[in-house]
Write a protein that binds this ligand. Structure first.
Ligand code: AMP
Ligand code: MG
Length: 410
């Protein structure tokens, strides 16, 4: 059995980013940039006002105060979106709105809150300094400057930024096409009546939701009954139109576990099988070269907690790398343990937990109730996964422990 760290390295070594395509602004959210973003325009594009107020000459307001408001002649008003090459001279002011172009003759903009209008004049109750409330052309970046590097995830601000530069579409990495194969004679679709010994197929729905969270919207989901033939037929069908096939169940050492032998019989090269982690020991990873494309196969355990924990800790980083992002198994921080943990040494235990505060007011990690691999409620309530080291037998309350923040979306 290999360690979790070794498994991660093997996945990273074997997974490559997929191809690139152009995505429209409306569709790019959640993908990764396939090219650097170089400014097509400076930001801001022109000097403009940061507030609603009055454009003035600084010297006119040197003595202005709430007691001695200074009256300036109001020349005109400039709204956002209108051009302005207006000149003001000493003793004059121009009414100006947020985002409106500030004429070069205005040295500062005084906030409206310090001003009041009276018979063609504006009375201003404070002094100002050169440049106050003026957003300067190109102060954020110049035209031609590198703004964002390729490889970053397209979040809402990235979409806004591309739109602000006038792009309609932009190069992104393709998202992997994924298909699911859940195995088991006992599985029944939710909504159908259950017979003795049967259970609902929950894994297909949890995995689909996990893929949707990553922006992988469509994925075929097949149920393979526990025979060699059915297992092979489902994997063949799943492979037809996908880059990645994720299966659940049938990958352990039971008499009805056909996933590994079926995949190997189909020509899949096994990279690893079995990891010293809990939950999730029987995880399988293999690759298949089909035509010009490489296909990836993840055989995850059937237990409902194991399948989602191994997806989060192993498959998600792989999908991220295929999508053009950095291979990373989530953000890990070090926290104090809120209540003691015990186990047998041998496997890295991903203890599902929540964040609380201890008596000192520090953040502390506490395990949720229901830590067995069939107990979904403990995972459903969890915010974090604590890394209870493979060789450790106990960690006392107050001792530090590495914690991964559960994040299905990244
Ligand atoms: P297996 O690895 O196939 O022996 O499955 C391990 C456990 O996970 C068994 O209790 C199965 O009933 C359960 N299981 C397998 N597949 C699913 C599924 N799709 N939904 C819910 N539970 C499952
Ligand atoms: Mg099974």
């Amino acid at each position: 059995m290999i360690t979790y760290e070794e498994a991660l390295k093997l996945v990273d070594d074997n997974v490559e980013p997929l191809g690139q395509c152009e995505a429209r602004l409306e569709d790019m959210f959640g993908s990764y940039l396939a090219a650097d973003v170089v400014a097509t325009l400076p930001s801001p594009q022109f000097d403009n006002s940061a507030v609603d107020g009055y454009g003035v000459k600084v010297g006119d307001l040197e003595a202005a105060s709430p007691e001695t408001a200074k009256a300036l002649k109001l020349v005109t008003a400039i709204a956002a979106g209108s051009p302005s090459d207006l000149e003001i001279t000493t003793g004059e002011a121009v009414k100006i709105f947020t985002g409106a172009r500030v004429p070069t003759s205005c040295e500062a903009v005084v906030m409206r809150e310090y001003c009041r209008e009276e018979s063609g004049n504006v009375l201003i109750e404070c002094a100002t300094r050169p440049g106050e409330n003026i957003r300067r052309q190109a102060e954020e970046y110049k035209k031609g400057e590198l703004v964002l590097n390729a490889g970053i995830k397209i979040t809402p601000p990235v979409v806004s930024l591309l739109a602000s530069l006038g792009y309609v579409q932009f190069p992104v990495f393709e998202k992997p096409r994924v298909a699911l194969v859940v195995t088991g004679d006992e599985l029944v679709e939710p909504g159908q009546p259950l017979k003795e010994g049967q259970i609902y197929n929950s894994n297909a729905y949890g995995l689909t939701a996990a893929l949707n969270s990553l922006g992988i919207k469509e994925c075929k989901s097949l149920i393979a009954r526990d025979t060699r033939e059915a297992t092979r037929k489902c994997f063949e069908e799943a492979l037809e139109s996908s880059d990645v096939v994720i299966s659940s169940g049938g990958v352990s050492v039971g008499d009805h576990d056909y996933v590994k032998e079926t995949l190997e019989a189909m020509g899949v090269r096994t990279i690893f099988w079995r990891i010293a982690m809990k939950p999730g020991k029987p995880v399988y990873f293999g690759v298949l070269e089909r035509g010009s494309r490489r296909k990836y196969l993840f055989g995850l355990p059937g237990n409902p907690v194991s399948v989602l924990v191994t997806f989060h800790q192993i498959v998600k980083p792989a999908l991220k790398k295929m999508s053009g992002g950095k291979f990373a198994a989530g953000s890990t921080v070090r926290l104090k343990l809120g209540a003691p943990l015990k186990k047998r040494p041998g496997r890295l235990d991903f203890v599902r937990g929540i964040l609380t505060r201890n008596e000192d007011g520090d953040s502390a990690a506490v395990a949720t109730k229901g830590q067995e691999s069939h107990m979904l409620s403990g995972l459903a309530r969890a915010q974090i996964m604590m890394h209870f080291a493979a060789d450790a037998e106990k960690v006392d309350a107050g001792e530090p422990i590495d914690v991964t923040l559960i994040n299905w979306a990244d």
